[in-house]
Design a binder for this molecule. Structure first.
Ligand SMILES: [Zn+2]
Ligand SMILES: [Zn+2]
Length: 240
């Protein structure tokens, strides 16, 4: 299997990365990638989120670098935050007009506005079976609502920051044509989760979630999990 693309990586516009955009692109070309998506954290993440005013700058910079490096296709993406059970994610109309590739995932640091109990349940889920089940139910509802209410290309690391019902998420993702990520940096999807998701005609992608230049395109752990779970190459969006 040859990895042709990587749809999850962060630049210095995310608070938890120092990556320069052009260095990412050079690295991606060096390792033979044909396409990448630049997916900084959505603006509602406290601390790590991209500042909204930087999004047009990133758009312009990507347009410029696509001309400079015609051997690779660079997409402007975002790792939007799933913000509640009503399907809300943190992409506003202005960002929707600029964006090429939409990732969405759940993160502790996001500003939930209404459904703040999602964070609470996820913290308590580590200590109590009761709250684990409550967290799982509300996370699943939020993730499915996000999938159903938005045009999301890929759900990032499902299950990594809080438990979800993978069966239900995979069913919704398959219906909407939303990719489920097998994330190289976080352990999810796990082998068992991949096996559950495979019951539905859902498509997977193996992505790096690189916060450092050396990790761009590095998906060996994710590929191992896909291989052990028995996923056919035809169901992995970014390999050939
Ligand atoms: Zn993430
Ligand atoms: Zn990420």
């Amino acid at each position: 299997m040859i990895v042709r693309a990587d749809y999850h990586m962060h630049t210095k516009f995310s608070g938890d990365s120092k990556n320069e955009l052009e260095a990412i692109i050079k690295k991606a070309i060096e390792i033979g990638l044909e396409e990448i998506a630049i997916t900084d954290h959505g603006p509602s993440h406290n601390g790590y989120g991209i500042k909204k005013e930087n999004y047009p700058l990133l758009r312009a910079e990507i347009d410029r670098l696509n001309l400079k490096y015609p051997q690779i296709n660079i997409l402007l993406g975002l790792e939007a935050n799933i913000l509640g059970t009503n399907g809300e994610i943190d992409i506003d109309d202005e960002m929707w007009r600029m964006i090429d590739w939409v990732n969405a995932g759940y993160h502790f640091g996001s500003n939930l506005k209404k459904d703040f109990k999602i964070h609470l349940y996820n913290i308590l889920s580590k200590f109590s079976k009761h709250y684990f089940e409550k967290a799982k139910a509300i996370n699943t509802k939020a993730m499915i609502s996000a999938i159903e209410n938005n045009k999301i290309n890929m759900i990032t690391h499902p299950g990594a920051k809080g438990p979800v019902d993978i069966d239900a998420v995979a069913k919704a993702a398959a219906t909407r044509g939303t990719i489920l990520e097998i994330n190289n940096s976080h352990g999810h999807l796990t082998i068992d989760e991949i096996k559950i998701a495979m019951k539905y005609p859902v498509v997977f992608a193996v992505c790096s979630d690189a916060h450092e230049i050396e990790k761009v395109g590095l998906v060996s752990n994710a590929l191992d999990r896909a291989y052990i779970a028995g996923v056919d190459k035809s169901r992995i969006y970014n390999v050939k």
